[in-house]
Ligand binder design. Structure first.
Ligand SMILES: Cc1cc2nc3c(=O)[nH]c(=O)nc-3n(C[C@H](O)[C@H](O)[C@H](O)COP(=O)(O)OP(=O)(O)OC[C@H]3O[C@@H](n4cnc5c(N)ncnc54)[C@H](O)[C@@H]3O)c2cc1C
Length: 562
């Protein structure tokens, strides 16, 4: 065993021990440490970019603090299409190196988190009136397979019209010429981000949510980040030698705290997704097709639902809660109805939705779809390092680039090693072993008196940590699983509100809103006993959750954007 994998196994050992360094009730001691230490690096932002940077720096031996103003992953990193892309769409803009880079990254992530990164083949139906012919699709997918280093057995397959409809019977057969079948991977973006934050923590980083950077002082290698604790209003200062601003859509807000922005700025574009029940759009196969305006749209089956996305429009409204307009909704529904005409979806079929913002680097004269998704690093005169752009898929390379720069500025020579760091929960050598674990879990769950149908959902979210959750179900009488999940997340995942739990730890708001309604009183009581909530806090949390449940099917009628 080489030293890298040995270190990795040791980390897993820490995770399984009784330290519970990521428990919600350890906040006070965490704040105490943040106040009293000086860090090599302070990271602002707990989305995938900040999480990746914290993990990279911590595994190189740097002392790291990470602060997140809301919950981890509550920005764009829980609002994506949830795909670990090979980057097919970048071919349209001739960004060959980007396709090459993300293809390699996808393979690394699949190895390090095989429970969270799951192969998901895509079907591109080819219509005679569509953007791409059978020939261009074939050539495009051939190029994609090569550039993204797709394994031989996963490479594209071109289908005739009959084979295409056999895969997705709901597709319109009119003018259908055939289909291209190619390889993508899906994930749970919020869980991936959170597990990377946890992995960073098990490697020594101090990561805290509900902690906002409100001021910055940059003087050589003496930097101070003034932070407001959003849970009690107190302000503290964290001292560090280098500061990285990984605030995603808010990156310019943080840059402005430091100094006036002289160079490139961020352009926000909005993307929405809609969820419908599987009975209304019954597909077992993901489809990627031309929307009514020639953009490409995904339709993806997920645990008893189907979700549709996305849009790409310039946005200038609230960054904290990007809206969804009826125009956004109609655009997606009309696009889907065009190729699934028998289905005829309408607004009342939508059971949930989400809206996210892409922090893109502004490029004069380009439409949102034409702007590159490449990431870029800016260093201000005072030394604040800001990183923006990019994709979930490329987070590890973005982190490597950023931490290389941090090390250079600290005069340190430390190699990046995240290509071999397993993400918490992902201690499976192969995807086959994940499937075997799921099969075995189904049997074990029955012996615990729990319906085995949940096994796949649990393992795809929690990986090997499911063992701990299952054991804990013994302590509860009714709805044992949801109570054990609440306990697990309180103890290991820094949840402070019901929304943290239901939206980002479990993904229920988007895919199982009914389950929230039927369990939230019980879950609130588990939170109350763990965190010492009084009756008024319980009522406040339940009311906030009701607001979230209402918001997912409420859409604004005006544009609200440029
Ligand atoms: C609609 C849509 C679909 C997408 N689909 C995909 C996809 O399928 N695959 C893919 O690879 N990529 C996809 N992406 C891109 C990907 O989601 C983003 O590139 C990525 O999530 C950005 O992560 P981030 O960490 O930079 O930003 P964020 O996730 O937004 O994180 C930034 C964090 O900084 C915090 N913050 C802000 N200000 C402060 C402050 N003052 N103090 C402390 N914290 C602060 C915020 O609260 C936030 O949590 C998609 C993006 C969108 C919008």
């Amino acid at each position: 065993m080489d030293s890298r994998s040995r270190k990795n196994d040791e980390l897993v050992g820490i995770m399984d021990s009784s330290k519970h360094i990521f428990s919600a009730d350890r906040r006070e001691s965490l704040v105490h440490e943040l106040k009293n230490r000086k860090f090599d690096l302070v990271v602002i932002g707990g989305g995938i970019t900040g999480a990746g940077i914290a993990l990279d720096a911590a595994t190189r031996g740097l002392s790291v603090a990470l602060i997140e103003k809301m919950d981890f992953a509550s920005g764009t990193s829980s609002r994506s299409t949830k795909l670990i892309h090979g980057g097919l769409r970048y071919l349209k803009n001739f960004e060959f190196n980007l396709v090459k880079g993300v293809g390699k990254e996808r393979a690394i992530l699949y190895r390090n988190a095989p429970h969270l990164v799951v192969p998901e083949n895509m079907l591109i139906p080819i219509y005679s009136n569509g953007t791409f012919s059978k020939f261009t699709t074939n050539v495009g997918l051939w190029l994609y397979d090569r550039l993204a280093s797709v394994k031989k057995k996963e490479r594209r397959v071109m289908l005739n019209a009959k084979e295409t409809v056999a895969k997705v019977p709901a597709l319109s057969p009119k003018e259908l010429k055939g289909g291209g079948f190619y390889s993508e991977y899906r994930t749970d973006d919020a869980r991936l981000t959170l597990e990377i934050v946890k992995t960073a923590s098990y490697n020594g980083a101090l990561c805290i949510n509900y902690f906002t950077c409100v001021d910055l002082k940059m003087e050589g290698d003496l930097c101070a980040v003034a932070c407001r604790d959003e849970l009690n209003g107190e302000t503290i200062t964290i001292n560090g030698k280098q500061i990285v601003n990984a605030a995603g859509p808010w990156v310019d807000e943080v840059r402005k705290i430091d100094a006036e922005i002289k160079e490139k700025t961020i352009l926000h574009t909005k993307g929405i997704h809609l969820v419908v029940p599987k009975e209304r759009l019954s597909i077992d196969q993901s489809v990627y097709f031309d929307a009514i305006d020639g953009r490409m749209v995904f339709v993806i089956p997920r645990f008893g639902t189907t979700y549709l996305g996305t849009t790409d429009t310039v946005y200038s409204g609230s960054l904290d809660s990007p809206n969804i307009t009826t125009e956004d909704v109609n655009y997606l529904l009309d696009s889907v109805n065009r190729i699934f005409p028998e289905v005829n979806l309408n607004q009342s079929d939508v059971i949930s939705s989400w809206s996210g913002l892409r922090p893109l680097i502004h490029q004069e004269g380009k439409t949102p779809a034409e702007i590159s998704r490449k990431d870029e690093i800016f260093v201000s005169d005072s030394g604040l390092i800001s990183i923006a752009g990019g994709k979930l898929t490329g987070y590890r390379l973005m982190a490597k680039k950023t931490v290389d720069l941090v090390c250079k500025r600290l005069d340190l020579v430390q190699e990046c090693r995240t290509d071999s760091v397993r993400i918490v929960g992902g201690e499976f050598k192969t995807e086959g072993l994940v499937r075997a674990y799921i099969t075995n879990l189904k049997t074990r769950m029955k012996s615990f008196g729990i319906e085995g149908g949940e096994a796949e959902i649990l393992v795809r979210a929690f990986g090997k940590q499911t063992d701990t959750i299952l054991k804990k179900t013994r302590d509860f009488e009714e709805d044992k699983l949801i109570q054990a999940l609440a306990w697990f997340c309180l103890r290991n995942e820094q949840v402070h509100t019901l929304a943290d739990f239901y939206i980002r730890r479990l993904g229920y708001l988007h895919f199982y809103p009914d389950r929230i309604k039927s369990t939230m009183n019980l879950v609130a009581s588990v939170f109350a006993s763990y965190l010492g909530w009084d009756e008024s806090r319980i009522q406040q949390e339940l009311s906030d959750m009701q607001d979230h449940l209402k918001s997912i099917t409420e859409f604004e009628s005006d544009h609200g954007e440029a």
